[in-house]
Design a protein around this ligand. Structure first.
Ligand SMILES: [Mn+2]
Length: 286
């Protein structure tokens, strides 16, 4: 395995000097259809060594800001692992650095969000996802990936949820969804209008990006693929807009499940994260 995201030389990947910290957190416990998200971070980091460091769209080299990578071995127990991640993210925020967590399954967002919540009282959880993830539990598990957004909303009433690209919600999620209309705004994959999204985003944003928001034709490497997802340009366009108009405080990229010897999605995932970093560096005061 490559040691750090983008395979940067020491000068640009030293922890002390870096503004951005990539946290590899390959936790997997509750995936319900296809397993393998625990191999996600490693494949993304390996593929990232092939990403061109010069961004031809923004015309600069974002990696010069310093991007360090922490490779973490998650604890086996679910609650222990979430607590472990919470402590790591808290430390990164304490040092005024920007955390980007690579999962692993989606439930890890709970750990990072608890850390963020100690620093920011009010923020929007902006979720890119094919699924609403608002179940009370799934297969008997309260901490399931399919219940993660509901768990996050339970942490604090000041958090609102904006969902983008959703095209799968179950009947059992509807009562909670209807009851919390003021806190949850969903932009369905088909009808999504970019400009309206901002209206529901508070000043501070926690970005959680489930790779299954993308169309399976460009992103087949997920555990629960759904047709009619977002394409590359539409996704980058929105990420850029959010970085331009709001303050991002933490981000995670989850549910990537590599397919053996099929590297195009690995590379896409790595490049997407680097594009996000590019917008962060260009438009945020890090
Ligand atoms: Mn999903």
């Amino acid at each position: 395995m490559k040691k750090n995201f983008l395979n940067l030389e020491k000068k640009f990947s030293d922890f002390e000097k870096s503004k951005i910290i990539i946290v590899s957190f390959p936790f997997e416990k509750t995936t319900s259809y296809l397993k393998g998200t625990k191999f996600g971070p490693e494949k993304i980091i390996n593929a990232s060594s092939q990403v061109e460091l010069f961004d031809e769209e923004e015309w600069f080299v974002p990696s010069k800001i310093g991007i360090s990578t922490l490779i973490i071995k998650p604890f086996k127990g679910h609650e222990k692992a979430l607590k472990q991640l919470e402590k790591i993210v808290k430390k990164i925020l304490d040092l005024k650095k920007f955390p980007i967590i690579l999962g692993g399954e989606h439930s890890i967002t709970i750990g990072s969000l608890k850390a963020v919540q100690k620093f920011f009282k009010k923020f929007t959880l902006l979720q890119f996802d094919a699924h609403a993830d608002l179940r009370d539990s799934w297969l008997g598990l309260k901490l399931s990936h399919a219940a993660v957004m509901r768990r996050c909303l339970e942490i604090d009433n000041n958090i609102n949820l904006v969902q983008v690209g959703v095209r799968n919600i179950s009947e059992e999620e509807l009562p909670f969804f209807e009851k919390n209309k003021k806190r949850i705004k969903t932009f369905w994959a088909k009808k999504w209008q970019k400009d309206k999204i901002l209206k529901f985003c508070q000043k501070n944003i926690f970005l959680t990006f489930d790779f299954d928001v993308l169309d399976p034709s460009i992103m087949p490497s997920v555990g629960t693929p759904e047709p009619a997802g977002l394409d590359w340009d539409r996704t980058l366009d929105l990420l850029k807009m959010i970085c331009q108009k709001r303050k991002i405080i933490c981000a995670d990229f989850v549910e990537f499940r590599p397919i053996k010897d099929f590297v195009a999605p690995d590379f896409l995932a790595a490049k997407l994260i680097y594009k996000f970093i590019s917008y962060l560096v260009k438009f945020q005061r890090l």
